[in-house]
Each structure stands twice: as structure tokens, then as C-alpha cells.
Design a protein around this ligand. Structure first.
Ligand SMILES: [Zn+2]
Length: 153
């Protein structure tokens, strides 16, 4: 019996990955893209304090480790879920419901990116319908951006 060659096995794995990717549903792709985007944000903000309270991160303490916190929440402003001006490294404690106030968060964001860009976020209420391929593109772009950022350090 002829067994398949290594090259054929490799083609088989690539084909398997391609099919697996093709059947992914939008919520799964959005979750993958959010994970990649958030990882990039945490790396981008490395060395900076928490966006809303200016406390340092304390990964060894409960609630002190780093989340990627959305200024305008994903539930009320889903179209800004992948906007770099809207997401910052934030202590886990602060990223919980009731963990911070809009005012405190806003003050931190203004200090980082300026009032004009915050106003642009606050007045952006467009309806955004993501397509599968757009979300794949965002996911792949941020995986790449994270690699480049880490390589540059
Ligand atoms: Zn905070």
C-alpha cells in the first residue's frame, strides 16, 4: 500500500484549515478579531498606567492585571470595537461594571489622544455591519501589527 507523501499530508492540512476558516460564523470571527485587537492594544500601552485611574498595573494582585478596556462599550457602540482611539490598557478592576465612571475614563482618554478625537468618538453613531472578510482582515492585520510591535522592541 502506498502511503501519502509528506507533501500530500501538508496539502491536506492546508485544505483542512481553509475549509475550517470558510465555515466560521461571524460571531466567532468577531471574537477572534477582538482577541487579536485587544492583544495589540495591551502591547501598545505597555508601560503606561491604567487609562481611567492612572494606577500602575499589578498583575500579581487580584484585579490589577491588564484588560483592553473600551471607552464606549462594545454593547452600546459595537462599531467602535476595533477603533484604536476607543480602547486602552485598563486595570481589570476598573473594567468591571461600576469599576470606573464615564468622567474618569473620559479624562484619561482626553489626556492620551486629545479632546477633538474624543469628541469624534462620542459623536460617531453610525451603524456598522461587518462582513466575514472585513473581520478576517481586521484579525489578520492586528496579529501582524502585534508581531511587528514586539519585533521592534
Ligand atoms: Zn483604572
Amino acid at each position: 500500500m502506498q502511503t501519502s507523501s509528506k507533501a500530500e499530508a501538508k496539502v491536506g492540512r492546508a485544505e483542512f484549515r481553509r475549509r475550517k476558516e470558510a465555515v466560521k460564523r461571524l460571531p466567532e470571527l468577531i471574537a477572534e478579531a477582538q482577541e487579536a485587537f485587544n492583544a495589540y492594544i495591551r502591547a501598545r500601552d505597555l508601560g503606561l498606567p491604567c487609562i481611567c485611574c492612572s494606577q500602575p498595573f499589578e498583575p500579581m494582585k487580584p484585579g490589577g492585571s491588564v484588560d483592553a478596556g473600551h471607552f464606549r462599550s462594545r454593547s452600546t457602540a459595537g462599531h467602535l470595537r476595533f477603533n484604536e482611539d476607543n480602547v486602552f490598557a485598563q486595570r481589570k478592576n476598573c473594567n468591571r461594571p461600576g469599576g470606573t465612571t464615564y468622567g474618569a475614563f473620559r479624562q484619561g482618554v482626553v489626556a492620551r489622544i486629545g479632546e477633538a478625537r474624543v469628541l469624534a468618538l462620542e459623536t460617531d453613531n453610525r451603524v456598522r455591519k461587518w462582513t466575514h472578510d472585513e473581520v478576517r482582515g481586521i484579525r489578520d492585520e492586528y496579529r501582524q501589527k502585534l508581531k511587528e510591535l514586539e519585533a521592534s522592541r
